[in-house]
Write a protein that binds this ligand. Sequence first.
Ligand code: TPP
Length: 322
Amino acid sequence: MAENKEKLLEMYTTMVRIRTFEQKAIDLFAAGKFPGFVHSYLGEEAIAAGVCSNLRKDDYICSTHRGHGHLIAKGGNLQLMMAELFGKATGYCKGKGGSMHIADVDLGILGANGIVGAGMPIATGAAFACKYRKSDSVAIAFFGDGASDRATFHESLNLASIWKLPVVFICENNGWAISNAQTSHQNITDISDRATAYGIPGVSVDGNDVVAIAEAADAAIERARKGDGPTLVECKTWRHRGHFEGDPAIYKDPKDQEEWLADNKDAIARMEKKLVGLKYAGQDYLDKIKAEVREEVEAAVQFAEQSPDPEPAEVLTDVYTA
Ligand SMILES: Cc1ncc(C[n+]2csc(CCOP(=O)(O)OP(=O)(O)O)c2C)c(N)n1
């Protein structure tokens, strides 16, 4: 994969798109421009970018409360996303879902989810549907280290294993579940070890190395497509921000924080170095990509700001389905 210039540049651009969108959302939220919550994906961009680089439009993903990156990497529309954060009528959920409930079924995005661990059974169900319909689509479940303690994790892995479902479980181990360090809620180092209990492969990869993630995900996705069943892939990373915007994250050791944000650990800085080293791009070309993405994000903000609020009369439409 290291030789595939197009793919490396595509993954780099996706990471930059996620970071730029997230940074903008953080600034706008701090300025009081929109209500609700923001759980920032800053620092974890390589996971969504690496995994989704192997997916087709007819594959499915289930996301989390920290979901903007997954949506962007699967092709989500930045304008509709930003409008949703603003609670506008033009947003993905007509302004009723906000940051944690964006879905785009046409793109196989089965939803972000405010319920920790809820995406895993949904992805497992989607994978069951793929198998039942004899399609070779696959489903991805993104979730955190905290979510891997939930029953939904264990039940999903067990069922997916026994029925050989085409689902890949991507654990984004950012070291924290709110303010609880992984060491305080799990007596294991590698969450991928839990795969053994369900008789499926489990691997741990550097969650800030987009190429390593893409390679591990590629193998897992191909295995799923061939009908050989699920895989658990743990990506070890670090969230740059607090659990949510407004959380000062005083539980983090400043030394760890500094180390993880440094260029030799940060996924985007590392990828820039790699692209320049391989002579796939000069710094000016990478700067051009960043400038184009900034414009894209600015256009999304403008779209959101200029969009109308939902009509009060519509408050109960699209909320329930019979
Ligand atoms: C079922 C459920 N329990 C508790 C919560 C409250 N809660 C929100 S995020 C979170 C921690 C999640 O940690 P992790 O799965 O590691 O994801 P991360 O936030 O690190 O991405 C908790 C406990 C919730 N939203 N849903």
